[in-house]
Structures are given as C-alpha cells and as structure tokens.
Design a protein around this ligand. Structure first.
Ligand code: HEC
Length: 106
C-alpha cells in the first residue's frame, strides 16, 4: 500500500512538471549574430564572445525563446542578466561571458 502511494505521488509530480515545467527546448538561433573579429572590444575577446554565444544558446532557452541581442540596450541587458543568470546553473564567470555576447562586448 505504501509503495502504491509513492507511485501515485511520483505520477502526480510528473504530470505537474509536464504541465507547468520548462519543457521548451528548440529555439531559432539564426537571428543570433556569430561573432567575428569585427565584434572584438577592449573588454571582450573573440573567444569570450564565441563562448558567450554557445552558453547563451545552451542555458537560456529552456523557458522561453532566445531574444536577439539587439532587442535590448546595454543597460537593459545588464539588469536582465542579473535576474536571469541565477535562473540558470551557470557560474558567475559564464554569466559574464553571456553578458558580453548579448551586449556586443560592453
Ligand atoms: C527558469 C526559467 C528561465 C530561464 C532558465 C531563463 N529565463 Fe528569461 N525569463 C523567464 C521568465 C519567467 C520571464 C518573464 C519575466 C520574469 O519572470 O522576470 C523571462 C524573461 C526574459 C526576458 C524578457 C525581460 C523583459 O524585461 O522583457 C529576457 C530578455 C530573458 N528572459 C533573457 C534570459 C536570458 C539571457 C537567460 C539566460 C541567462 C534566461 N532568460 C533564462 C524565465 C527564464
């Protein structure tokens, strides 16, 4: 009987997470610029920007589509990243790389 009840519980939790969880996985990445040497700034190397793009695609599309970097200005991105970064499992240095990518090296 105890076993049956825990099965029921697991079933309910699964149903709940399927209904309310972050299940979105695919995203259109064609609007996300691919960094070139022309995008390098005093604070962002080409490698920073390339890693930032990959981390952005990997970590930021589980709940919603990926906004295009040009959708927001630099100061908006900085406040967005301080609220969105902690919703991912990225380290603070990875969050910094994503911030460099979305702000085009600012
Ligand atoms: C756990 C789910 C989740 C993850 C992961 C996530 N977001 Fe979000 N995001 C949300 C929700 C929910 C909203 C709606 C607004 C809110 O709750 O703040 C949102 C809103 C946004 C917005 C719109 C903000 C505005 O003011 O219009 C942007 C841009 C954004 N997220 C970027 C990102 C970036 C960049 C990452 C990766 C660092 C990310 N999100 C990861 C859940 C998530």
């Amino acid at each position: 009987m105890k076993v049956f009840r825990s099965f029921l519980l697991v079933g309910c939790l699964t149903a709940l997470s399927l209904t309310y969880g972050c299940t979105k996985k695919s995203s259109n990445t064609s609007s996300l610029y691919v960094p070139t040497s022309a995008d390098v700034t005093a604070t962002a190397t080409l490698q920073d920007l390339q890693q930032g793009r990959a981390l952005y695609i990997k970590n930021c599309n589980s709940c919603h589509d990926l906004p295009t970097p040009d959708n927001y200005g630099v100061s908006s991105w900085k406040s967005i990243m301080s609220s969105m970064g902690p919703r991912t499992s990225m380290t603070s240095s990875e969050i910094t790389l994503v911030t460099k990518y979305v702000t085009r090296g600012q």
